[in-house]
Write a protein that binds this ligand. Structure first.
Ligand SMILES: [Zn+2]
Length: 328
């Protein structure tokens, strides 16, 4: 059984987009056995970490386990979806991990993952990583016929096939939507009933609850002006919005190097659009300034940042359909 594999090597066959689509479709379809939601969640974790790979297109198990833990926590605890009969063999081990941790620490149900104390987050991530080793990496490896990624439990590294990696960047938005849709269907099937607003809940589970800490950092180190129109933001706290420079609906994660302060007028009119290229140069300069500060509260937030990253995100969001450029 492929889910028991401790290591899987890439076939390294050259795949065309058409072949990758075919494998992806069979992974989504009911032909591939999915007794739980974990394969979709691994796919979501791969998508969320597309811009976090190193030069060899590798991710650590810890990076993937962080997203995996966050998704399960927000799905099972915050939204109360994916329920299982106790003792059911079909229950995802990750579901039990988050339920146990919530009970051990009496964490309120409405606490999103990022609000949990980091020591508890780390414990949970460690346990989830173990669960992923047993059930997850090998199973999806088998489903994708060894052509999407390779993995090793010994080194705890995961590596994308180069063609599959660029395929995922080119079709990121579509892949996210397809994965969310099929995962929502699976959740309803597991729950044995229709779940209110299930697709919206699934779309929401990678979302961080609170951008306030980023707002505080940006307000502290920079002039209090709208990034786009330069309006003074120092008067009236309600005027300040934290904007995802490359829209959240595309990146699905919150990194300080993609966040700017904006006035409500700009934030409302920009919405889900991409700002024009002048602002791309401006945010690169802003990020350089952030790095130069060398402050203890900022440096860890920029650990994985490189200028090419925001450039790449900007280019791929255009390729994914964010081609209407906005200016204030
Ligand atoms: Zn503005």
């Amino acid at each position: 059984m492929s889910h028991k594999l401790k290591e899987g090597k890439l076939r390294n066959a050259y795949l065309t987009d058409e072949e990758i689509w075919r494998i992806f479709s069979s992974f989504l379809s009911s032909k591939s056995v999915k007794s739980s939601t974990y394969k979709y969640v691994l796919m979501k974790s791969m998508i969320e970490n597309l811009y976090e790979v190193n030069e060899n297109l590798e991710l650590s198990y810890d990076q993937l386990a962080y997203t995996f833990a966050k998704v399960y926590w927000n799905m099972v605890v915050v939204h109360g979806i994916e329920k299982h009969n106790p003792g059911s063999r079909n229950a995802a081990a990750a579901t039990w991990v988050v339920i146990e941790e919530r009970e051990t620490y009496s964490i309120p149900n409405d606490y999103s993952f990022d609000k949990i104390a980091s020591s508890v987050q780390l414990r949970m991530i460690k346990k989830i990583k173990q669960a992923m080793k047993v059930n997850v990496f090998g199973a999806l490896f088998g489903d994708t016929r060894g052509s999407f990624y390779e993995f090793s439990h010994r080194t705890e590294y995961f590596r994308f096939d180069p063609n599959v990696y660029s395929f995922m960047l080119n079709y990121q938005l579509l892949l996210t939507q397809l994965t969310n849709f099929h995962m929502a269907k699976k959740i309803e099937e597991l729950n044995g009933r229709s779940v209110d607003h299930v697709i919206m809940k699934v779309e929401d589970i990678t979302k961080r609850g609170n951008l306030k800490p980023f707002e505080r950092v940006l307000l502290h180190y920079f002039e209090q002006r709208c990034f786009y129109c330069e309006k003074d933001l120092s008067r009236g706290k309600r005027q300040i919005h934290v904007d995802h420079f490359v829209p959240w609906s595309f990146v699905q994660s919150d990194q300080i190097w993609n966040l700017v302060l904006a006035c409500s007028k700009c934030n409302t009119s920009k919405r889900d659009k991409l700002a024009n290229g002048l602002f791309l140069d401006k945010i690169k300069e802003r990020n350089d300034e952030l790095i130069t500060l060398k402050e203890a509260d900022i440096t860890p937030l920029l650990e994985s940042y490189q200028e090419e990253k925001i450039q790449k995100m900007y280019v791929y969001s255009q390729k994914n359909g964010y081609d209407q450029l906005w200016a204030p």
